[in-house]
Structures are given as C-alpha cells and as structure tokens.
Ligand binder design. Structure first.
Ligand code: ADP
Ligand code: ZN
Ligand code: MG
Length: 498
C-alpha cells in the first residue's frame, strides 16, 4: 500500500493484523447471559456458556446486526448465507474444548478501510471479518504471578460467550506507525456504529503478524507490490497479547528490530507465536505457530446456516468519520486539522454540530476543538465526563458570542472552574464578577486615565506609540480587568485624537 521504491539491500517490513473486537450487546452471542462486567467471578454463566452437555446455542440477533453494520462500514461483501464452525483446541478457558466461530463462509469478506498516515491517505484491505465467541479468562495467582510462574490458576467464565468480531487484514502494512493509524481509524468507525466500547477493558485484542522480506525477493518496483509467493514464503511471527494502539506500535517496533537483527547476522527467523510482555517491552517465544489442520474445523451442527439476505438491506449505518470530516470541511469551512479533531468521536462531532447550528461555525470550532478538548485533555478527561453538561458549554459559548464576557475569561476562568469545581457558567460569572464592563464605564475610565497621566499622553503625542500600552494598563486596572483590551486601545486612540 505504501508506494515506496525498493532499493537493493532493503529489508521490507510486512505486517497483517487479526483484530478481535468485543461487540456491545446486552447478552452473550449464544445464550441469554448478561455481558455486563462484574467483579464476582462466574456470575453471568449458564449451561450454554459453561459448555455443559446437552445445552444448545441460540444465535443473538443483535450480534449479527452489529456484524452487518461493520460489514457495511468497511464496504465488505456480505453473502446471502453464512455458517458457523467449531474450532477445536484444549485450553482451560474454553469449556466446550471448541470455540464456535466462522471458517470458510464468514459474514464479511473483502472490505477496506481508508487511513491517514502523515497526511497521506491509503486503503487497507480487510480480507474477512467473522463472528465468534470469546473464551473465559484466566487469573494466575501466587508465585511469580505469570502464566508460567504462578502457584495456581483460576478460571472465570463471565467473559465466555461474549460476541466477538475478528477482523483480518491483508498484509498491507509496511510500518508499525501505519498499524497504529489503522487501529485508531477502526476504533473510531466502530464507536460511530455504536457496536463497541473502547473504554471497556479488553474490548480490543490484537494478534499482529510480522515478517521481513529482503528486496531481492520482491518482484515489483515498490514495496506495495510484494507478490503472493514472497509473502507466503516469508517466515513470520504472530505476536499475541496486544490490547492497545500504542502497545501494537511498540510490540511491532520491537519485533521489527529483532527480526532485522537476526537477518543481518545471517540467522533465520523462526515461524512462531510470540507473547508481547508489556511491562518488559519485549516479545517472547510462546510456541511454534499452530497450523490450520491442528484445529480440525468442522461444521457447527447445532446452529443452522444463517441467512441475512432480505434483512441486511434494512440495517442502516450512520455517517462515518471520514464522510463527516469531509462534510465538516465543505459545510463549515473548517481546516482538515479542525475537522479531524471534531470528528474524532461521534459525541464530539454531534456536540459541535449543535453549537455550530446556533453560533458562528468558526467560533464553535475554536470552542469545541481547541478550548473544550484542550482543557479536557489537560485533565485527562474524555468528553463523556461532561456528558450531562453540554448545555452549560453551549451557554458559555453564548456568553462569548453575545460579548457578555471576554474570550480569555471564558476559557481561563469560567471553563476551568466548570471542569474543576463543577459550577455552571452563570455561577462563575456572577461569583467572580466577570461580566464585561459596560461601554459607558469603560469610556469613563478612558477619560480618567488620560486626565491622570499627562506624561504618558505627551509621550504618545510626540510619537511614542508604546505609551498607549501603559494607558491601556491603567484602564484595565480601573475596570478590574473585565474590559476588552482591544476595545480599550481603540477608545484611547479615539480619545487622544480629539
Ligand atoms: P494463517 O492461515 O496462518 O492464519 P492467514 O493467511 O489467515 O494465515 O493470515 C493471517 C494473518 O497473517 C493475516 O492478517 C495476514 O495479513 C497476515 N500475513 C500473511 N502473510 C504475511 C506476511 N508475509 N507477513 C506478515 N503478515 C502476514
Ligand atoms: Zn450463558
Ligand atoms: Mg488464518
């Protein structure tokens, strides 16, 4: 996807992702158990998600609807009919000893997602996206606390059966930074669709495949054109246990360096599964990579084939971030940067449109993109932290738009107090005496300042323009800082012209 010319001797990095996304549904994918997080282990369980003999799965319509929305958002082919398979493996977090997943007939195939990397827009191919169930979770206790060093391990099946969408990309990435951009874009799209909650722990889990291909083995002229044969022949590692954008970038940067070093020293890269150790910042070998035949896939006979034709057409999706960003640029005349910031989450974008509808779109952009997001960011807060108070922010913009308070006071005093001590804008304005001084009062202060400071006036009249600043300062003092310095400057000049 990156159109970079290949140079002799280059080592080209190739990355493909398998992203597991937890879908936001009230209940699990094959039973009626709640997906709500709870601190009590094994609370949300039943015979189906515990894999007890004889219990039968029933597919959750909401999970299918979410999958169709994702398919539409990435412009994928959604076949008329799709099927479920059993993927067999033994691990304590998997009570049935198989996972219900999809195999050769996934619900979505051949989609794409556009990303932006350092100003360049590129398209990443999504080979497939399929529905499956999440396993339970293991808790390693005592000893070293690690998977291989704990005294014992506890298992919690609350998570077992949570609906997942596994999104598999083509090996289209050429750097860890591109991967990070993709994950950010994907998360944005999923949040816009309302099928995903990024705040939820473990809601995004990434397996990242990386290989290094020497330039000599690439048929094409540039790094975008690596032939299927070269891709298949390359030994790659699959790095597991990645749960954030930043983690993905770090893990892959480590893995990229590790493999390049091996190749430069003439050593082969093993085809294997590796574990990202976040705290140590390294990847460690887990096992040789399993092959498809190890899983003995066979059809899930307890679930009939799923037909979505006739229904999928009715499932609507909202305007997505890219389209919305472009519309913000056209409709409100915003810069690319402002439009990107304002569409970063649906809530921010919705809020911006509310404010822009009532006041000047530029003023609204400054307030939402710079002031509000800036102050929230400084406090490590998300827009959700003020969810119930967006009317108060609108009122604040109104106070500025109607010239009742200065922009400086609005941001530095009113907005900050709103976030820090929870007061409303009107309370802060009244309690801190921020109401802009009336024009008459400012004029009186201007006349006084001119009368009381003949030396400064003389300096100004003899051509020392800087003397005006001293006089502005005097007026600001007299009005307790609540006059607009620009207005004061103009009034002073007018007064001195007479
Ligand atoms: P497997 O059968 O081993 O699971 P797949 O063809 O399903 O392999 O691909 C799994 C993931 O590996 C995909 O995300 C794909 O993009 C990625 N991948 C394939 N070839 C390479 C490669 N040479 N380097 C890095 N990633 C690759
Ligand atoms: Zn259950
Ligand atoms: Mg595969």
């Amino acid at each position: 996807m990156t159109a970079q010319t290949v140079q002799q001797g280059d080592l080209v990095t190739v990355i493909g992702l398998e992203v597991h996304v937890q879908l936001e549904t009230d209940t699990k994918i094959f039973c009626g158990c709640s997906t709500e997080r709870t601190d009590e282990p094994n609370e949300n369980v039943c015979p189906v998600c515990l894999g007890l003999p004889g219990a039968l799965p029933v597919l959750n319509e909401a999970a299918v609807e979410a999958a169709v929305k994702i398919g539409k958002a990435i412009d994928a082919d959604i076949p008329e009919e799709t099927r479920f398979h059993r993927k067999n493996y033994y691990y304590p977090d998997l009570p049935k000893n198989f996972q219900i997943t999809q195999y050769d007939e996934p619900i979505c195939a051949d989609g794409e997602l556009e990303i932006s990397v350092e100003g360049d827009r590129r398209t990443v191919t999504v080979e497939r996206a399929h529905l499956e169930e999440d396993p339970g979770s293991l808790q390693h206790v005592g000893g070293g606390g690690g998977i291989d060093s704990a005294e014992y391990t506890l298992v919690d099946y609350n998570r077992a059966g949570t609906p997942l969408m596994e999104i598999v990309t083509a090996p289209d990435f050429r750097s860890p930074a591109e991967v990070r951009a993709f994950l950010a874009e994907l998360e944005e799209v999923l949040e816009y669709l309302g099928v995903f909650d990024a705040e939820r722990d473990g809601s995004l889990r990434i397996d990242a495949n990386l290989s290094i291909i020497p330039a000599e083995e690439i048929d094409g002229e540039d790094t975008a054109e690596i032939g299927a044969e070269a891709l298949a022949a390359a030994n790659r590692t699959e790095v597991k246990n990645i749960s954030s954008h930043k983690g993905a970038q770090k893990a892959l940067a480590y893995e990229e360096t590790r493999q390049k070093n091996a190749i430069q020293r003439g050593r082969a890269v093993e085809q294997e599964t590796r574990h990202w150790d976040e705290s140590r910042g390294i990847t460690v070998s887990m096992r040789s990579k399993e092959e498809e035949k190890d899983y003995r896939y066979f059809e899930e006979a307890d679930l009939p084939p799923l037909r979505v034709s006739g229904w999928k057409e009715e499932i609507a999706i909202p305007e997505l971030p890219t389209a919305r960003r472009e519309r913000f640029e056209d409709e409100y005349g915003l810069s690319d940067e402002a439009a990107s910031k304002l569409t970063s989450t649906k809530q921010v974008a919705d809020f911006y449109e509310d404010v822009a509808g009532e006041y000047d779109p530029d003023l609204a952009a400054t307030w939402v993109a710079d002031n509000l997001l800036g102050e929230l960011n400084y406090r490590d807060m998300e827009i959700t932290a003020i969810e119930g108070r967006l009317e108060e922010v609108t009122r604040l913009v109104e106070l500025v738009a109607t010239d009742e308070i200065t922009a400086k006071n609005a941001r530095e005093t009113v907005l900050r107090s709103m976030l820090d001590d929870g007061r409303t804008p009107d309370e802060v304005v009244a309690e801190e005496g921020l109401g802009k001084t009336g024009e008459d009062e400012v004029k009186r202060a201007v006349v006084e300042a001119v009368e009381e400071n003949p030396d400064a006036v003389a300096d100004y009249e003899s051509g020392d323009d800087g003397a005006i600043n001293f006089l502005v300062g005097q007026v600001m003092q007299k009005t307790g800082g609540s006059a607009d310095p620009g207005d004061v400057n103009q009034l002073l000049r007018a007064e001195l012209e007479d």
